[in-house]
Design a protein around this ligand. Structure first.
Ligand code: DON
Length: 581
C-alpha cells in the first residue's frame, strides 16, 4: 500500500519518525536484544557522564582504590553534571571492601536549626509553593553533607596512596578550564522549567544560562568560582567548606536572601557511618542503605514479599509479573509512608519491616488476579523494634566496591548558587513532610515521623545496593536516581537478573513501572509496555498512567563468575558511560 501511494508512504514515514523519537525519549528497549555490558579486567566506573567515569579510572590507574575513585568521580560530577552532581547537596555512599566488610556513609543534608515543624506553612497552614517554601530558593536548602561525606570516606577507606588535594584536582581543572557541553546538558539548561528556576538567581543565571545566551552542544562551560572553591578545599582541607571562607560566603548569601542556614549550622554538620541493612532474596545476600533512607528497608520488604511467588516461571514482561511487582510496591510504600523518618529522631521499626515473617503477613491479602485498592491497603503491623539525582558505581582491581547516590533533590536543586562559591544549593527540605499528610513534589504522602525538625535529616529513597552471590562474594552493585521510583528501579533490576537471568545490561535496559501506594496508580515507561499487557493490567483492576519519558538512570557493575571480569552497564535512558581498564 505504502509503495503505490506516495501520501501514505510519507505519512507512514512521519509516523515512524515520531515513534522513533518517542521511543528514544522513552528509552524503551525490547528485551530481545541488548548491548553487551562493557567488559574489563581491573577497575570500572559506571556513571552518567563519560568525563566523570574517566576521572575515576585515571585515579585507579594511579594506584587509588574504589573509594579514592568514587571521591574523585563525585567531585567531577559536581562540575560536569550540575543538575545533580554537587558540593551543595548530600547522599549516601555504600562501601564493600574486598574482605567483605560493608559500611554505609550517610552524608544526607541536615535541617538548619531554624527549620522548625511549621517553617514551610503559610498563615492558613498550607505548604508555601514558591520562594520561601521547601522547593525553591535559599530557604529550601538543607545543610550540605557531600564534603563531610567524602572526608569521612577518605579518612577511613581511601588507599592512602593519593592525597585529598589530588582527588580534587581533576574536578578543579574541569571547572577552571571548562569542559565540552554535551547535547544532554545543553538541552537540560534550555529546558523551560530548569531555565526559569536558574534564571531567578543572578549567579546561577550568569554561570549556567550566560544571562540568556544559552550554551550550545559543543560549547565550553567554565566555572571559575567553583574552581576557586575547589582550590580552597584542596588547600584548607574538608573543614574549609564548613568553617572557612566558603562557609562564610554561603552564610552571608543565605542572610541576604532570608535563608535559614547559618555559619553555626554549617559548623555543626555531621556525616555518619551507619551499619547497612542486610537481607536476602532467594538465597542471594542484599546489602543496602538504612535510614535516613527508606531505600534499603522498602527494597527488602518488596523482595521478601516477592520471594513467595515463582517469578522465574513468568514472562518478565507479562501482566502476571507486573501485577505482583505492583502489589508488593503498594504495600511497602504504604509502610514507608507510615513508619519512616530519620531514625536518629523517631522510632523506625526497620527490623520488623524487613522480617520474612512480616512479608508473609503482607502477602496474605494479595490476590494474584485482582489489584487491591490503596484505600484498603494500609500500613501493616511489623514487630516492634527490638524533579534529579545521580548514581555511580565503582569496582577496583582488588575487588573493593562503592555504590554511591547523591543529589541536590530537584534538577539544579533550589536553583540558587551561593554567591562567590559557584556552589548550587540543594532543595532537599522538600523531602520532609512539610505538612504531614500533604504530598510533596513526588506525590509522596508521609507521616509525622518525617516532619521537619532542627538538625533532622529528611527521609530519602536513595538505594545504593550490593547483591552477593550465594558464596557471599560480590555479584553486582547498583543504584539509580528518580525520587521514590529509585527503590522500584533497583527492585526490578535485581529481579531481572535473579529471576529472569538477564545480563546486567539487559536488566538495566528493560522497561520499568512504578507504584507508590498513593496515588493509587501504576506509572510506566510508555513504549516499553505493549498495549496487550497494559489492557491485561487494567482488567485486573489497575489504574495506569504513562510517564512522559523514563524512570531512573541506573548504573551497575557485575563481577562475572569464573573470569572475575567487571561488566559495566550504563542506562541507555540518559546515555550513561561505563569505562574500565
Ligand atoms: O532523597 C531522595 O529520595 C530524593 N531527594 C531523590 C531525588 C531524585 O532522585 C530526583 N531525581 N530524579
Amino acid at each position: 500500500m505504502g509503495i503505490s501511494n506516495g501520501t501514505v508512504t510519507t505519512r507512514a514515514a512521519a509516523w515512524c519518525a515520531l515513534i522513533c523519537v518517542l521511543w528514544s525519549a522513552a528509552g524503551g528497549r525490547a528485551l530481545a536484544a541488548s548491548r553487551e555490558p562493557v567488559r574489563t579486567r581491573r577497575g570500572m566506573v559506571a556513571s552518567t557522564n563519560g568525563v566523570a567515569s574517566q576521572v575515576g579510572v585515571d585515579i585507579m590507574r594511579r594506584g587509588g582504590n574504589a573509594v579514592d575513585a568514587a571521591i574523585a568521580v563525585a567531585w567531577a560530577l559536581a562540575v560536569v553534571h550540575p543538575a545533580a552532581g554537587n558540593l551543595g547537596g548530600g547522599g549516601f555512599m555504600m562501601i564493600r571492601r574486598r574482605d567483605g566488610h560493608a559500611t554505609a556513609i550517610d552524608y544526607r543534608e541536615m535541617a538548619p536549626r531554624a527549620a522548625t515543624r511549621n517553617v514551610y506553612l503559610d498563615a492558613r497552614g498550607a505548604v508555601i509553593k514558591g520562594e520561601g517554601g521547601p522547593l525553591i530558593g535559599y530557604r529550601a536548602a538543607g545543610v550540605p553533607g557531600t564534603v563531610a561525606g567524602m572526608e569521612l570516606a577518605f579518612k577511613k577507606y581511601a588507599s592512602g596512596k593519593l592525597t585529598w588535594a589530588q582527588l580534587l584536582e581533576p574536578a578543579r581543572r574541569l571547572a577552571a578550564n571548562g569542559f565540552v557541553v554535551t547535547h544532554r546538558l545543553a538541552r537540560s539548561l534550555r529546558d523551560r522549567e530548569n531555565a526559569a528556576l536558574l534564571g531567578r538567581y543572578a549567579a546561577s543565571r550568569r554561570i549556567f544560562l550566560r544571562d540568556g545566551r544559552f550554551f550550545n552542544e559543543g560549547g565550553t562551560l567554565r566555572q571559575p568560582e567553583l574552581a576557586a572553591t575547589l582550590a580552597r578545599l584542596q588547600k584548607g582541607g574538608p573543614r574549609e567548606f564548613y568553617t572557612g571562607r566558603t562557609a562564610r560566603l554561603i552564610a552571608a548569601d543565605m542572610k541576604r536572601h532570608s535563608g535559614l542556614m547559618t555559619l553555626d549550622d554549617l559548623r555543626g554538620y555531621l556525616a555518619k557511618e551507619r551499619a547497612p541493612l542486610r537481607g536476602s532474596y532467594r538465597g542471594y545476600g542484599i546489602i543496602s542503605m538504612p535510614p535516613p533512607s527508606s531505600g534499603g528497608a522498602v527494597l527488602l520488604e518488596m523482595l521478601n514479599i516477592l520471594e513467595g511467588y515463582e517469578l522465574s516461571r513468568m514472562n518478565p514482561q507479562s501482566s502476571e509479573r507486573y501485577h505482583l511487582l505492583s502489589e508488593a510496591m503498594r504495600r511497602a510504600f504504604a509502610d514507608r509512608a507510615a513508619y519512616m523518618g530519620d531514625a536518629d529522631f523517631v522510632r523506625v521499626p526497620v527490623a520488623g519491616l524487613i522480617d520474612k515473617a512480616y512479608a508473609a503477613q503482607r502477602r496474605a491479602d494479595i490476590d494474584t488476579n485482582r489489584a487491591s485498592t490503596s484505600d484498603t491497603v494500609r500500613q501493616g503491623q511489623p514487630a516492634g523494634e527490638s524533579a534529579e539525582t545521580t548514581h555511580f558505581t565503582v569496582v577496583d582491581g582488588a575487588g573493593n566496591a562503592v555504590s554511591n547516590t547523591y543529589t541536590l533533590n530537584g534538577n539544579y536543586g533550589s536553583g540558587a548558587v551561593a554567591a562567590g562559591t559557584g556552589v548550587l544549593l540543594n532543595n532537599e527540605m522538600d523531602d520532609f513532610a512539610a505538612r504531614p499528610g500533604t504530598p510533596n513534589q513526588f506525590g509522596l504522602i508521609q507521616s509525622e515521623r518525617n516532619a521537619v525538625a532542627p538538625r533532622k535529616r529528611p527521609l530519602s529513597a536513595m538505594t545504593p545496593t550490593f547483591v552477593l552471590r550465594r558464596d557471599g562474594n560480590l555479584w553486582f552493585a547498583l543504584g539509580s536516581p528518580g525520587g521514590p521510583t529509585i527503590i522500584n528501579t533497583v527492585l526490578q533490576i535485581i529481579s531481572n537478573v535473579v529471576d529472569h537471568g538477564m545480563t546486567i545490561q539487559a536488566a538495566v535496559d528493560a522497561p520499568r513501572l512504578h507504584h507508590q501506594w498513593l496515588p493509587d496508580e501504576i506509572t510506566y515507561e510508555p513504549l516499553g509496555f505493549s498495549s496487550d499487557t497494559l489492557r491485561a493490567l487494567q482488567s485486573r483492576g489497575h489504574r495506569l498512567t504513562a510517564k512522559p519519558r523514563y524512570l531512573g538512570d541506573a548504573h551497575a557493575i557485575l563481577i562475572e563468575a569464573g573470569t572475575g571480569l567487571r561488566l559495566g552497564a550504563g542506562d541507555a535512558r540518559q546515555g550513561g558511560v561505563p569505562i574500565g581498564y
